[in-house]
Design a protein around this ligand. Structure first.
Ligand code: ZN
Length: 415
């Protein structure tokens, strides 16, 4: 049991966030058991962390583990970047030892950034995916992890046979779906150009039958969209995925930048969600997502770092960019914060357990430092605090990250 005296910032909805100054939060086993105002007559021992703020552990709904080391490798557009930067790096993860070492770098980096849940793509090798699961379990990460699938239009060293892709995905699903409470498998066709119709149909048949998670990319870049049209001939990219059975309420589609109104409606009606990755979209000059359009049509949406096209694992940095990457639409701090906490948990159908600090929920918490090294409080917890958190929270040192009650990261100065 831990009792911590601190301040709390809690998302309630896309336009409401609560702020609690000088509270006690108690953690027992894996859950939050108490949140109440601090009372001076408290008799139990507690940790005095009034110079910090506790926020819900951040959620990254789109990240490529096997691309972690190649952030910043630049090409001016999606397709050459994939060909020249991503594919050679992912091929390195065909070596077991390399795959393990990337995983061992990746999760501690997530924890240092205050991220407690991540939806992950690994390289297209079973061993690389298993390495990601094993290290995640070892270190205490909460994650949905999938082996990237590609059975055509791919370099020789990366291309799978359709049977390899389907059979190993299913085996990985059965092995990890129920193995631990923190981990799940997610079916991960990379994107339509590298996937045959047979592959997509076999994956979606299985996923629908088992209510399993699916993730892929949709409508990121105009050359990619043209290529999909040439390869498959469907009226639109979204209608192709619809015909393949990939649009379910357990599906996360990354990017979705250039959708027509019809495609937006199809996506919304299917219950599928969007992983919005503003950093990546501008890095690769893919374009500006139509946030006002998607929000007005009630499409579910949350934030992804999209590392390696994204440059940082800090979801507070991406929350800032959600605002910065809109030319005219003012993304409020409340919406940006919600999109990497409770909104993301909701999209994952886990908002009863994750995404905010409430009694009974999982103790997934990030503690940020507010003062400087002299102990002087530099950030007052006042009505403007949320704006500061979203617009420069990525500069606040993460003091501790807790997942399901387990402390997975502590800043060297706080140990
Ligand atoms: Zn991606």
């Amino acid at each position: 049991m831990r009792k911590i005296r601190t301040n709390l910032i809690n998302p309630v909805s896309a336009d409401q966030t609560e702020l609690f100054k000088d509270y006690i939060i108690s953690i027992e086993d894996t859950v939050i058991t108490e949140i109440s105002p601090f009372k001076p007559d408290i008799t139990e021992p507690y940790e005095d962390r009034r110079n910090e703020v506790a926020i819900p552990g951040l959620i990254d709904i789109h990240v490529h583990l096997s691309q972690y080391r190649m952030r910043g490798s630049y090409r001016p557009a999606l397709l050459p970047w994939l060909e020249e930067c991503v594919f050679p790096e992912e091929e390195r993860s065909s070596q077991r030892q390399y795959a393990y070492s990337v995983s061992k770098d990746f999760y501690p980096a997530l924890f240092r950034a205050g991220t407690t849940s991540a939806v992950i793509y690994t390289a297209p090798y079973r061993e690389a995916c298993e390495a990601a699961f094993e290290i995640a379990e070892d270190l205490g990460a909460r994650a949905w992890i999938g082996m990237t699938l590609m059975d055509r239009n791919s370099p020789e060293g990366l291309q799978q046979t359709t049977d390899y892709a389907v059979e190993h995905s299913m085996e990985l699903y059965w092995k990890y779906h129920d193995k631990t409470p923190l981990l799940d498998y997610i079916f991960t066709p990379r994107f339509a150009p590298t996937c045959s119709e047979e592959l997509m149909r076999r994956i979606s048949d299985f996923a629908i039958e088992n209510q399993a998670w699916i993730q892929t990319h949709l409508s990121e870049n105009r050359d990619e969209i043209r290529w999909v049209k040439e390869l498959f001939g469907y009226h639109s990219y979204t209608e192709l995925y619809q015909a393949m059975g990939l649009l379910t309420d357990h599906t996360i589609m990354a990017h979705c930048i250039h959708l027509s109104d019809k495609e937006i409606n199809i996506l919304r009606d299917s219950g599928a969600s969007i992983a919005h990755c503003p950093d990546s979209n501008f890095y690769l000059k893919s374009g500006e997502i139509d946030l006002p359009g998607l929000i007005s049509q009630d499409v579910k949406l949350a934030l992804g770092s999209d590392v390696g096209a994204g440059t940082s694992l800090s979801m507070l940095y991406h929350a800032k960019l959600m605002n910065y990457r809109q030319t005219a639409f003012p993304v409020s701090p409340e919406l940006a914060f919600y999109s990497t906490t409770l909104g993301a948990a909701k999209l994952l159908h886990r908002d009863k357990e994750l995404g905010s600090l409430n009694v009974g929920k999982q103790a997934d918490i990030c503690f940020l430092k507010l003062d400087d090294d002299l102990g002087e409080q530099v950030l007052p917890i006042d009505e403007d605090f949320l704006g500061k958190l979203v617009f420069f929270g990525s500069e606040l040192p993460v003091q501790e990250t807790v997942i399901a009650g387990r402390s997975v990261y502590q800043a060297p100065s706080s140990r």
